[in-house]
Design a binder for this molecule. Structure first.
Ligand SMILES: Nc1ncnc2c1ncn2[C@@H]1O[C@H](COP(=O)(O)OP(=O)(O)O)[C@@H](O)[C@H]1O
Ligand SMILES: [Mg+2]
Length: 262
């Protein structure tokens, strides 16, 4: 579904992504791991259209989408969540879902509908969709809560919910499990698995928690210093000498962790 071919993203002298090539198969939940500073988020930013790469190409379903804007990619079904949740804190959970910003400053699907002149019918439709998402994620008890009052984990769940408001083909999750307690992490994991199996979503997720990765992802791509080190099943990559080296070389504190991540 996604093919990244010999991608470079340099910031001055920093080679954040340095000749990386990856493939994400349709229907997969592909993991992306690596020590801090490996270039994972930058790779996401290039794929999702936030940066135009220094060189290299990104293909979506065989079509070259390099340099398209996040807005254009959004309309092709490519969505991402952010490492730091992007909720509207003064709106309720339901209202947040009903907004679904599509990365275009000042323009939301809501505006588009508003302009269409069929406001009421649309609003009912969008509300029904939001309620379906709320039910799917089992967050009915906070549907009318201001998003700013949610726990960190609930905000991550809301981020995931926002990707369900449109027909996503592929969703990029940047540390959706970071700072989330074990119970909510299981809820998020279950939601990802169900979206994958029941609704055909393809996922690519950056994560540090290896239990979480091991449960959800196949394959796992390992990056270090802007390059792809290896690709394989979770257990294979964790046993790989070069992977262990890459993590140790950066200090023990950046090792992938078992259990809840900080
Ligand atoms: N906008 C930017 N300008 C300059 N350097 C950046 C920028 N974004 C990321 N970097 C650098 O690129 C490298 C990779 O960062 P990042 O992609 O955030 O890694 P990861 O997500 O794997 O921790 C780091 O050295 C980081 O400081
Ligand atoms: Mg990152």
């Amino acid at each position: 579904m996604i093919r990244v071919d010999n991608l470079n993203m340099h910031f001055g002298g920093i080679r954040a992504v340095d000749g990386a090539s990856i493939e994400i198969a349709k229907g997969s939940i592909t993991g992306l791991i690596g020590p801090n500073g490996a270039g994972k988020t930058t790779l996401f930013n290039v794929i999702a259209g936030h940066y135009t790469p220094t060189s290299g190409h990104v293909y979506l379903d065989g079509e070259d989408v390099t340099g398209l804007s996040p807005h254009e990619l959004f309309h092709q079904g490519l969505l991402r969540t952010f490492q730091i949740a992007h909720e509207f804190s003064t709106l309720t959970v339901r209202e947040n879902l009903m907004m679904v910003p599509d990365n275009q400053p000042g323009e939301t699907l809501w505006d588009t509908w508003f302009k269409s002149g069929t406001v009421r019918a649309r609003e009912a439709e969008v509300r029904a969709k939001a309620d379906e998402v709320i039910e799917f994620l089992e967050i009915s008890h906070v549907a009318n809560e201001l998003a700013g009052n949610l726990s960190g984990g609930q905000k991550k769940l809301l981020e995931l919910g926002r990707t369900m408001m449109v027909d996503a083909k592929i969703v990029f999750l940047d540390e959706v499990g970071a700072g989330v307690n074990r119970t909510l992490l299981n809820t998020i994991g279950d939601a990802i698995l169900r979206l994958n199996r029941e609704r055909g979503y393809t996922f690519c997720m950056i994560e540090h928690d290896m239990d979480f990765i091991g449960r959800l992802c196949d394959p796992v791509i390992v990056m270090a210093e802007g390059k792809v080190l290896t690709v394989g099943k979770p257990d294979e990559v964790m046993a790989n000498e070069a992977v262990i080296e890459a993590y140790l070389g950066r200090g023990l504190k950046n090792k992938p962790q078992r259990g809840v991540t900080a």
